[in-house]
Design a protein around this ligand. Structure first.
Ligand SMILES: Cc1cc2nc3c(=O)[nH]c(=O)nc-3n(C[C@H](O)[C@H](O)[C@H](O)COP(=O)(O)O)c2cc1C
Length: 146
């Protein structure tokens, strides 16, 4: 396996997406990856982003629970610096139904010039399991694509 370095950028109101970021980082480290940083989208650590091979961007689902779901913070995500030309992956946390949130998040991150390799919606009641699943998918799939 090729060792990778990842940075995780999150947008979080009540803490679930931040917690997911920490869990994803821990799981990736257990798989032998390096983590250059875990930081809010609105306070990105430039060096951590520049040092990373893969940029993981996470946010939470905002909507009317079963309709109108959107990734929160698209404006801030659209201003993320320095991810052009990098690999990226996305995640969102949700309560009931993420709708098309991940697709919209992917579009925003791809719009920054990153190559989005995939993403996962994490149920806020199953953060531990879903963060582990997301990290496992990343470590299984990313080296083959680099
Ligand atoms: C104003 C508001 C709207 C929400 N809308 C939805 C929704 O449409 N669908 C859904 O599944 N969850 C919805 N949620 C739940 C959040 O996406 C979920 O709790 C998420 O984990 C919050 O992340 P955070 O703790 O990082 O802020 C909403 C939460 C809030 C506060």
């Amino acid at each position: 396996m090729v060792p990778m370095k990842a940075v995780i950028l999150f947008e979080s109101l009540t803490g679930n997406t931040r917690k997911a970021a920490e869990l994803i980082a821990t799981n990736l480290q257990q798989e032998g990856w390096g983590i250059t940083g875990v930081c809010p989208v609105r306070r990105p650590e430039m060096a951590a982003i520049q040092d990373a091979d893969l940029v993981v961007v996470g946010t939470w689902v905002h909507g009317l629970f079963v309709v109108g779901q959107q990734p929160w913070g698209l404006g801030a995500i659209g201003h993320l610096p320095a991810i052009k030309g990098k690999l990226a992956a996305t995640y969102c946390t949700f309560a009931l139904n993420p709708g098309k949130t991940l697709d919209r998040l992917d579009t925003a991150v791809a719009g920054l010039g990153a190559t989005v390799i995939g993403g996962l919606a994490l149920n806020r009641m199953k953060l531990y399991d879903h963060a582990e699943e997301f990290a496992a998918r990343l470590t299984a799939n990313v080296p083959a694509q680099v």
